[in-house]
Design a protein around this ligand. Structure first.
Ligand SMILES: *Cc1c(COP(=O)(O)O)cnc(C)c1O
Length: 383
């Protein structure tokens, strides 16, 4: 059976299963060996080589979901992204990177790159021209994130891939917010895709993991650095991730459907000033999102009216938790100005459009009517 022809939920359920030849169990056995036979074997296996049975097989599921030849699984999203960067950037090279980016990635670039003598430029915006003007003769990689955190800006993936090819520069994307269910950047020409698997791939707020997917050639290069840095995921957690991913398609589609409904409802809500969601016609890049995403995702942000205290609002919520992470089956909210963007000055936050009234909403699988009711009761409690 050709993997390409399998549908989303079949890939989620079956691709990359480790067959239990011994006892014929229904699910993959967990192989916890850190020591494998080396005489007369095809593969010399060792967990840090990313090639234990559970790691090697789950990587097939990830590659199938991102329409790539190969993939690697890491101990965290940051292990995935740092290994990918260090595989393609050496002393004297230059990275062009989107200005709105996950905070951990920004810290990695700013704090670690100078130690390695790697140069970088954060773009002035997220339009293709902003990336074009940041490219230098020594640029080796362009890295983007779309939809971006927390204002859900949309970067033109096809245009960035085209720019990279025209200028002889590789391109990579952080596809965490969309998940492979809603966006497949390799089909649009991007060279490498990474995820924090802590988010949608894990989906139950109980796993820290990361993945990179790409061609065999690029993955081989990342593997060579990865085995030296030692950022593989332990096989017990790999097994948990496999179990979680069986429901990835079901979960993310349910979450996305909920997000569409809630975004439309919030946009009409008398106590909400603004909603940021690529699925809304009012979103400035709605058409672009439609052209490159198969669904608009389950992340959205909204601003409460000035007279409502966003901090108190979150304390009043009963069902929806305030939480630092995102993408679990449970709905969560966060104040970017108190968390991810707390280190910026008020002026810097104003410049990027992150107000004190802004709330980022990771929409879960609960019933929409219950989520609406929770938001309404929290607003009522403020008055
Ligand atoms: C969480 C996150 C990361 C980092 O992943 P960890 O698993 O926490 O290391 C990277 N990018 C995005 C968009 C994220 O949300």
């Amino acid at each position: 059976m050709s993997k390409k022809k399998l549908g989303l939920n079949t890939i989620c359920t079956h691709v990359g299963e480790v067959k239990d030849e011994q006892f014929k169990g229904a699910v993959s056995p967990m192989y916890l060996s850190s020591s494998y036979e080396f005489l007369d074997v095809e593969v010399k296996r060792y967990p840090r080589y990313f090639n234990t049975p559970n790691q090697a097989y789950l990587a097939k599921k990830i590659a199938a979901l991102e329409h790539t030849e190969s993939a690697l699984i890491f101990g965290s999203g940051m292990a995935a992204i740092s290994t990918m960067f260090l595989a393609f950037l050496k002393q004297g090279d230059h990275l062009v990177v989107q200005n709105t980016l996950y905070g951990g990635t920004v810290n990695f670039i700013k704090e670690e790159f100078p130690k390695y003598g790697i140069e970088f430029t954060f773009t002035n915006g997220y339009k293709v021209e902003d990336f074009d003007e940041a490219i230098k003769p020594n640029t080796k990689l362009i890295h983007i994130e779309t939809p971006s955190n927390p204002l859900m800006t949309i970067t033109d993936i096809r245009a960035i891939a085209k720019l990279g090819k025209a200028r002889g520069v590789l391109t990579s994307i952080d596809n965490t917010f969309a998940s492979p269910v809603n966006q497949n950047p390799m089909d649009l020409g991007i060279d490498m895709v990474m995820h924090s698997a802590t988010k949608y791939l894990g989906g139950h707020s109980d796993i820290l993991a990361g993945v990179v997917a790409s061609t065999e050639e690029h993955i081989e290069r990342i593997w060579n650095v990865g085995k030296n840095l030692g950022g593989n995921l332990s096989d017990m957690t790999v097994w948990m991730l496999e179990r979680s991913m069986k429901t990835l398609g079901l979960r993310v589609k349910a979450q996305t459907n909920n997000a569409v409904k809630l975004a439309k409802w919030l946009e009409k809500h008398p106590k909400v000033a603004k909603v940021y969601y690529p699925g809304l016609k009012s979103h400035p890049e709605h058409k672009l999102a439609k052209s490159q995403m198969s669904g608009y995702g389950a992340m959205l942000s909204f601003e409460l009216l000035e007279d409502l205290d966003a901090y108190q609002f979150q304390k009043q919520l009963q069902l929806i938790k305030s939480s630092m992470s995102l993408a679990g089956v449970e709905s969560t909210v966060i104040s970017p100005h108190l968390t991810s963007h707390a280190l910026l000055t008020q002026d810097e936050r104003d410049a990027v459009g992150i107000s004190d009234q802004l709330i980022r909403f990771s929409v879960g699988i609960e019933e929409v009517k219950d989520l609406k009711q929770d938001i309404n009761q929290a607003i009522t409690a403020l008055k």
